[in-house]
Structure formats: C-alpha cells, structure tokens
Design a protein around this ligand. Structure first.
Ligand SMILES: C[S@@+](CC[C@H](N)C(=O)[O-])C[C@H]1O[C@@H](n2cnc3c(N)ncnc32)[C@H](O)[C@@H]1O
Length: 230
C-alpha cells in the first residue's frame, strides 16, 4: 500500500466488516478473546474511568472494558463506519460511545482519557509513531496506553509452519468465510512488513511513553505492550 494506504485500509475493512468477528475467532481458535481480556485488565480501569479504544472496529475491546468495569465511560473511535455499524448491532454494545475519527488526528482534547487501548490497529495506520503520539496526547499524566498487536515473529524452528498457516491457509479461510482472499492476504503481508515486538515497544517509547510491561502470546506472534504517560 502506498500513499493511499488510509483509503485502501478503510475500503478493505468496510468490505469484510460482516465477517470480521467470525474470522478473528476462527483464525485464533478463540484465543483473541483471552488476549482482549488481558489487554483491558492492563488498562487499570476503575468506576468512572474514561477509556478510548482507538480503531475500535466492531467494538470487541470496548465491550470487554464495559464487561470488566461497568462504571467506565468507554469511547470507541474508528474511521471505517461499516465496522462500527456492525458492532453497534451486537448485544451489549449500547453503552459504547461510537465516534468517527482518524487515529492520526484524534478528535479529543489533550489528557481526556485515563487509558487508551488499541487492538490490531497499529499495523494498519500510515504512521505508527504519529498514532502513538496522538494516543499519548489524549491520555492524562500517569494514564496508560495499551497496545495489542500482531508482530513480526521471532526466528524459531516452527516459522515455516507459521508462514504456511498465515500466508496460505488464512487467505484461503478469508476467501471461504469472508469472500475476500485479498483482505486476508493483506493481513499476512502487513504483519510480515511490520515491527518486531521490540521495535513496536521502541515506537511507543519514541512517543514519550514509559514502557512498563511487555507480554507475548501464541509463540511471540502477538504482543501486548503497556505504556504509561509520564
Ligand atoms: C484489524 S481491525 C481491529 C479492530 C478492533 N480494534 C479489534 O480489536 O478487533 C483495525 C481497525 O483499525 C481501523 N483503523 C485503521 N487505521 C485507522 C485510522 N487511521 N484511524 C482510525 N481507525 C483506523 C480500521 O478501520 C479497523 O476497524
């Protein structure tokens, strides 16, 4: 994707919105639910806390936040309206505040939120450094920025099997279930061309956040990074 990456990303997620959640469950064997629970736990929410879920998509992280902390104010922000429309139709999403907006220019004043979370978004933005800067800007001092993301995996003996699964089977699954092989081929390519976990943590640090904790899932192919705004 070149300079029109945002338009392409938006069009792609609009195309697959109707099958997005099902594909997540199938691709990860349901593990993504556990990673989401962990990501929200790390946001450290208390009743009355304000959480922003950037690139909320169908709102799975936002919904998990309200499940863990019913007294929180949870805002989901995304630039693909069909993803949010899909999410709004799901049960238990009535209390999410859905906001259309760009992760690179968040439509919120400085220090608005106690925590900001992203799930599988940073790979898709044109400028990850700018996205982290924006997340840091809208987080209050001592608030948390939590990033859950698929990263370029470490070198391991099982890498050929991972590649076979991710680069061959996942696009096939995308063709069969979502009717869109290209979108899921993009998913594999976007991970292959993205940061390692260490590089992603370094990008967070460049935005002025103090990296407090790093966890990995699925053999290091998915990472969770917790940053604190000084
Ligand atoms: C892979 S989905 C993740 C959705 C959700 N966070 C989850 O955990 O399932 C990526 C989402 O990021 C959104 N996105 C990508 N770039 C964005 C940007 N610059 N501004 C706002 N949303 C963006 C896409 O529209 C899409 O809904």
């Amino acid at each position: 994707m070149g300079s029109d990456k945002p338009q392409q990303v938006r069009a792609m997620f609009a195309r697959i919105a109707h099958r997005y959640d099902l594909m997540n469950r199938l691709m990860t064997g349901g593990q993504d639910l556990r990673w989401r629970r962990r990501a929200i736990q790390r946001c450290g929410l208390r009743p009355g806390a304000r959480l922003l879920d950037v690139g909320t998509g169908t709102g799975d992280l936002a919904a998990e936040a309200l499940r863990q902390c019913p007294g929180a104010l949870v805002v989901g922000c995304d630039f693909t309206l069909p993803m949010m429309h899909r999410g709004r139709q799901k049960p238990g999403r009535a209390r999410i505040r859905w906001v259309a907006g760009d992760a690179l220019r968040l439509p919120f004043p400085d220090a608005t939120f106690d925590a900001v979370v992203t799930g599988f978004v940073m790979r898709n933005v044109a400028d990850p450094d700018q996205a982290f800067r924006e997340q840091a800007r809208v987080t209050r001092p001592s608030g948390r920025v939590v990033c859950l993301e698929a990263v370029r995996p470490p070198l391991r003996w099982w890498l050929p099997f991972y590649r076979l699964y991710f680069h061959r089977l996942v696009p096939l699954l995308g063709a069969l279930i979502a009717g869109d092989e290209e979108a899921y081929a993009y998913l594999s390519r976007s991970v292959a061309g993205f940061f390692t976990l260490e590089e992603l943590a370094a990008a967070m640090a460049r935005a002025g956040l103090r990296v407090q904790e790093v966890q990995t899932f699925m053999g290091g192919t998915v990472g969770l990074i917790v940053g604190v705004r000084p």
